[in-house]
Write a protein that binds this ligand. Structure first.
Ligand code: G6P
Ligand code: MG
Length: 211
């Protein structure tokens, strides 16, 4: 039924969504912006500058471009330090099995993360070889919810979008998959990921026979 399965990374394969949350929380606090889980939900899948813009929108003053770049750098430094000790033990339950099941079913496997740290995280998790193609976030013109990233992965994997399955934990990510004309498996809660075709609580429940 599908020629390729394209996975998001943060919050799907490993719990780095938690680290992004902690790093943004710290930055928001230094700028006097109230930040909580609900605010964070809107940031999932959104690229670094886009996320920063949303946080600073809630601040009481304007920021120059130089200030924004410095704050983005500060957040990233914090994030990089949080991921520095990651090991294969940080793979979420069922992640490796899910990736392997796609290959075993003869499908190509892609990774579509807008994170510029994705290659580092894959390397630390020791799963680089499980992907046929990993999108380079540095070369994207538009982040999620734009479909560019999933279309790029499909193209590189030589698969028609209609024959691709996308797997995402973020509202913006599911929107990106649907805008690309693909089938979306949401990882999380149905109430949050309303646009997904299927929703599972985690990759431990990923079963290709169901989609
Ligand atoms: C992923 C995460 C976002 C993060 C973005 C950019 O999409 O879900 O929370 O902001 O990547 O990550 P980066 O590592 O490039 O700052
Ligand atoms: Mg994610």
């Amino acid at each position: 039924k599908y020629d390729a399965v394209i996975f998001d990374l943060d919050g799907v394969i490993t719990d780095t969504a938690r680290y992004h949350y902690l790093a943004w929380m710290r930055l928001a606090n230094t700028q006097g912006v109230h930040f909580d889980e609900e605010f964070n939900e809107q940031l999932k899948g959104i690229d670094r500058m886009g996320s920063l813009e949303r946080i600073l929108m809630a601040a009481t003053r304007q920021y120059s471009l130089a200030e924004k770049l410095a704050l983005a750098e500060e957040k990233n430094a914090q994030y990089v330090s949080l991921i520095s000790n990651m090991t294969p033990d940080d793979l979420l339950p069922g992640a490796v099995q899910a990736l392997d099941s796609c290959r075993a079913a003869g499908m190509k496997v892609g990774l579509a993360s807008v994170s510029k740290n994705a290659f580092t995280v894959l390397d630390k998790l020791g799963i680089m070889d499980k992907f046929d193609y990993v999108v380079d976030a540095a070369k994207l013109a538009r982040g999620k919810p734009d479909p560019e990233i999933f279309l790029k992965a499909a193209c590189a994997l030589d698969a028609l979008p209609a024959r691709c399955l996308g797997v995402e934990d973020a509202v913006a990510g599911v929107a990106s998959i649907k805008a690309a004309g693909m089938t979306a498996v949401g990882v999380g809660e149905r109430s949050v990921l309303a646009q997904a075709d299927f929703v599972i609580p985690g990759l431990a429940c990923f079963d290709l026979n169901n989609y």
